[in-house]
Design a binder for this molecule. Structure first.
Ligand code: ZN
Length: 587
């Protein structure tokens, strides 16, 4: 759990002095009958039926995470078997046996902690005890908690007992790590899987307890505790205990935020804003800030994973249900943020964060790890994993290049070993960078036809006069250009996909064109911000169309392998293109 225990000052005295000695909530609200158990509907139903019909198994195995009701269910089952008015699915909790079990003093019901009684001797001792029939109760019930902690020898001894089970004896094993329980044991048990307690159930439970205990707790506060408890009822209860210890009977949201280390949505949005807005320079101060606020980098990384998951959720699902701490307001703010990226991009960020977070657990420099991870995410659009690129090169080899799509050249460094001609063409970047279904061609927030309007919109806030000039354009077109691939020191390819935004004005607008051209830099910047692409601006007057066509020819020429090799070798530029009649005939 992520809350910092050392931040809790002892403020309990003022609260407890007013009431009787404080009994911890988990103990006070331990379920006494099956009906009182929170969640676990299926398990409870099956156990009740078994008792009601007298079909009692020799051994049960209860698996599931901590604090979801395994030992509570075991105790209730022990009572159900031994209640004076039983066996019954509804033990009375009044009779001698029920009370003795509740107070943990019935010798026939034995609760053993597997974690502290791991040895073979402990089990041997247990087996000795089992030779004797139950003293008073109907059934001997042996509950072994954390059974997976037993040593191998102890397991073998236990197995022998299970193979020749003493009469009227029921074993109940509980474990948080089912996969560590030997199959030989599992196969002799009836296995029940206890589920995480749902977020909704946790909140309801907290609200009920708060009411009974006269604790004032807001709905938001209950939601914060429920989220931090991560499906464990016991954790939710003990967090409420801590909140009361901290603030007294009036639990304030602000106090809870401090106790639970709840990261505000704003802070998380600042981080995702830097990543999706590709502002690596913001990362260092942001990480510095969370350290100063007292967050632990590892647990903060976990919150970031959750945050990007939420972003992906609102980006892909039209009506996300209210989940942990997702208020309608949160959803609309998340949606706005998520709109800055494609679902594929968010998915890649999420996966990278998850992987990074997993590695960070073992890192001795979690802060540096977090910084470098986030900076990497800022460059994510530029970085393509080598494996993906190689796979695509393979794909391109199989399928000959078509003239339809824009082509790019592979860097000389990668082409020589394979003997592939340097002019070989590959598919466009969008097919390379995203392993999930290929996104709409390259543009992040806008489609090609929207690029001019989006740029104008962007400029309106920055330089409205320029926006007004651009708005006079008659038409616009977006053209892809060959990809630019660079190797960087960390052996990754950086791939940029420049596009040309060609804006055509009316014949009588020479002045406008000149004014627009003079501000090309700023327009290109606005277009880049609007699209997430590198954009080159080309301003065209109708009379210039002839030269524009010539440029088109140059582009076409560059697609030719021979021309490209020449251009590459001599760092040349294509100035003009003349069609060669002979080649036409040949081709
Ligand atoms: Zn009873």
């Amino acid at each position: 759990m992520s809350f910092a225990k050392n931040r809790l000052p002892a403020r309990r005295a003022e609260f407890t002095s007013m009431t009787e000695p404080y009994e911890i909530i988990a103990r006070k609200y331990r379920p006494m009958i099956f009906e009182e158990m929170v969640g676990q509907k299926t398990v409870v139903q099956t156990l009740r039926n078994a008792v009601a019909h007298g079909r009692i198994a020799q051994a049960y195995l209860f698996s599931g995470m901590r604090g979801v009701g395994k030992t509570s269910a075991a105790r209730i089952l022990a009572k159900a078997l031994n209640c004076q008015s039983g066996p019954t699915a509804t033990p009375c909790n009044q009779c001698e046996f029920c009370r003795a079990i509740n107070e943990d003093r019935l010798t026939d019901v034995l609760e053993i902690d597997g974690a502290s009684n791991t040895g073979v001797d402990d089990v041997r001792q247990l087996r000795e005890g089992l030779r004797y029939k139950s003293l008073q109760a109907r059934y001997k019930v042996i509950i072994i908690d954390e059974v997976h902690m037993l040593s191998k020898a102890a397991f073998n001894a236990l197995l022998k007992t299970l193979e020749e089970p003493p009469a009227k004896t029921v074993f109940i094993f509980a474990t948080t790590e089912f996969n560590k329980v030997p199959a030989t044991i599992v196969s002799r048990c009836q296995h029940f899987e206890f589920k995480k307690i749902s977020y909704r159930d946790l909140i309801n439970h907290l609200v009920v307890i708060a009411k009974k205990e006269d604790i004032s707790l807001s709905d938001e506060g209950a939601a914060m505790i429920a989220e931090a408890a991560e499906g464990s009822l016991r954790d939710a209860q003990s967090l409420l205990d801590q909140a009361v210890a901290f603030s007294g009977a009036e639990v304030k949201d602000a106090d809870l935020k401090e106790i639970l280390g709840v990261v505000s949505r704003e802070l998380l949005l600042e981080f995702s804003g830097a990543v999706l807005g590709r502002r690596p320079q913001d990362i260092f101060p942001l990480v510095e800030k969370i350290i100063e606020l007292g967050y632990e980098p590892r647990s903060f990384a976990k919150k970031l994973v959750r945050h990007f998951r939420d972003l992906l959720l609102v980006r892909t699902v039209d009506a996300p249900g209210e989940g942990p701490s997702l208020s309608p307001d949160d959803i609309s703010r998340l949606r706005e943020e998520a709109g800055k990226a494609s679902p594929e991009e968010l998915l890649r960020c999420l996966i990278a964060l998850q992987n990074g977070e997993a590695v960070m657990r073992y890192s001795s420099h979690p802060q540096i790890h977090l910084e470098s991870l986030l900076i990497k995410l800022c460059h994510f659009k530029d970085l393509v994993p080598l494996s993906e690129l190689l796979r695509d090169i393979e794909g391109a080899k199989a399928a000959p290049a078509s003239a339809a799509g824009p082509a790019f050249r592979a860097p000389a460094a990668s082409s020589s070993p394979s003997g592939r001609p340097p002019g070989a063409t590959l598919r466009p970047q969008e097919r390379i960078s995203a392993s999930p279904p290929a996104p709409d061609p390259s543009v992040r927030t806008t489609s090609p036809q929207d690029l001019l309007p989006a740029t104008i919109e962007r400029l309106r806030a920055q330089k409205s006069s320029l926006a007004a000039l651009l708005a006079k354009a008659e038409s616009a077109a977006v053209k892809s250009e060959p990809l630019d691939i660079k190797f960087s020191t960390d052996k990754r390819f950086s791939v940029q996909s420049p596009v040309t935004l060609e804006v055509v004005f009316g014949a009588d607008m020479r002045h406008t064109v000149e004014a627009v051209q003079a501000e090309a830099r700023q327009i290109e910047k606005a277009a880049a911000e609007a699209s997430g692409l590198r954009v080159r601006l080309k301003v065209v007057l109708p009379e210039n169309h002839a030269s524009a066509a010539r440029q088109g020819d140059a582009d076409l020429a560059l697609k030719d392998a021979g021309v490209r090799k020449f251009v590459d070798t001599f760092k040349a530029q294509v100035l003009s293109v003349e069609k060669t009649k002979d080649r036409r005939k040949d081709g």
